[in-house]
Design a protein around this ligand. Structure first.
Ligand SMILES: NC(=O)c1ccc[n+]([C@@H]2O[C@H](COP(=O)([O-])OP(=O)(O)OC[C@H]3O[C@@H](n4cnc5c(N)ncnc54)[C@H](O)[C@@H]3O)[C@@H](O)[C@H]2O)c1
Length: 375
């Protein structure tokens, strides 16, 4: 078991991220050991529940109640949040209760926001079951839901009491979801650690096989890196923004794709990182070879590095890529939460392993570049 301690200054809140074997049925006991209470509520992702028989691990366990929810971006709205809270109240949640979010980023954000707000806040345990959630969303305390006006617009910072990471969950993850999560893993190398980036580039086989020992090490590494940034900047007002590498470009594409599964968050981040590298090269901030290497490694790991490589639309739905225009992209970029009156702030590489925040880009300029990059 690997333990990553996290200490968040503002709230003087300490907790551990534990990476180890919690399946099939050790996770409820681990939560009880770390967050003593007599009432526990588990919000279970329906797919993770089916694949890993999560509710069976709770059967006959005193003090536990559970709820099974479907995930997906469309299940992270205000109605889903209100209905979860109503359910928790009906089931007798009180101020001593602990809420365990067992699922991907959607369940983590939704249940996390419920824990942050219900009865003015109860304790939270995160048990991430997707790669994206294990290396990113379960750590850092951001919780929230979507509004009609955009993603994650309603939310709160609420640090968990603990995070339990078992790479065994990833065995059942659909290939596309897994690869989308890998994009977030590559991000940690690009923003701050060339050696880690090279290690990933040389481990395509281990990653393809989803080797649990290797994935455990990778998760612990990413959590350490994210925790260090979070500890220094809990409320995301400074250096933590480096974690948004690829996100400004990516969020604009994700918004235009429509959050309906056409383009997954991690896929958008992968495309965004490739575009950021190109953008930095085009402005003379970084060498073109860095952009080429970024794309080559993304592709080696099965992550789309150009729009044409993104998955084709499912069924008979039209292809969102056909309707992309510079105007629509500029509009989506302007809605970026980090956009200020001085324009967009982008996280751009000087080289792989060294990214910096650069401000003052006009959305129309970035959109024009994106259209040219898309070809
Ligand atoms: N809070 C943060 O800091 C933060 C950071 C990044 C992303 N996010 C949020 O995370 C969300 C995306 O998270 P995600 O990619 O995990 O999506 P998700 O939670 O929708 O999960 C993806 C799919 O995988 C399924 N699934 C989950 N675990 C599984 C398992 N073990 N086996 C099989 N299937 C499984 C889910 O049912 C779902 O269909 C977005 O809403 C994004 O805004 C939050």
């Amino acid at each position: 078991m690997i333990s990553v301690p996290v200490e968040v200054g503002r709230s003087e809140h300490r907790y551990n991220i534990l990476v180890g074997e919690f399946l099939p049925d050790r996770w409820p006991g681990a939560i009880e050991a770390g967050a003593e209470s007599d009432k526990y509520f588990a919000v279970l992702d329906s797919r993770a529940d089916r694949a890993h028989r999560l509710r069976e691990s709770l059967a006959g366990r005193e003090g536990w109640r559970f709820l099974v929810l479907e995930a997906g971006e469309g299940r992270k709205g205000v109605r889903d949040y209100a209905s979860l809270c109503e359910n928790l109240i009906r089931e007798g949640v009180d101020r001593r209760s602990v809420l365990a979010a067992v699922g991907g980023g959607v369940i983590g954000d939704l249940a996390g926001f419920a824990a942050a707000t219900i009865l003015r806040g109860i304790r939270l345990a995160q048990v991430p079951t997707t790669l994206l959630a294990q290396v990113d969303s379960s750590v850092g305390g951001k919780t929230g839901v979507n509004l009609a006006g955009g993603k994650n617009l309603l939310g709160a910072f609420h640090q968990p009491e603990m995070v339990l990471i078992d790479p065994g969950f990833l065995a059942s993850l659909p290939e596309r979801e897994y690869r989308a999560g890998l994009a977030e893993v590559v991000k940690y190398g690009i923003i701050a650690d060339r050696a880690f980036f090279d290690r990933l580039a040389g481990s395509a086989d281990l990653l393809r096989r989803r080797d649990p020992a290797f994935l455990g090490e990778i998760s612990a590494y990413c959590c350490r890196a994210k925790a260090a940034l979070v500890m220094a900047d809990e409320l995301d007002s400074g250096r933590r923004a480096i974690l948004n590498h690829g996100h400004t470009f990516g969020h604009a594409l994700e918004a235009l794709a429509g959050y309906d599964g056409s383009l997954l968050h991690g896929e958008a981040v992968g495309l965004g990182m490739a575009m950021a590298a190109e953008f930095a090269a085009a402005r003379g901030l970084a060498g073109r070879d860095e952009a080429e290497l970024t794309r080559a490694v993304l592709r080696r790991l099965g992550i789309p590095a150009g729009l044409a490589e993104a998955p084709p639309p499912a069924g008979r739905k039209g292809d969102w890529r056909d309707g992309l225009t510079a105007e629509a992209l500029a509009g989506a970029l302007s809605k970026d939460k980090k956009a200020g009156s001085a324009g967009l702030t982008l996280v751009l590489p000087r080289r792989i392993g060294d990214c910096r925040l650069e401000s003052g880009f006009a959305p129309a300029e970035v959109a024009g570049f994106m259209m040219r990059a898309i070809g």
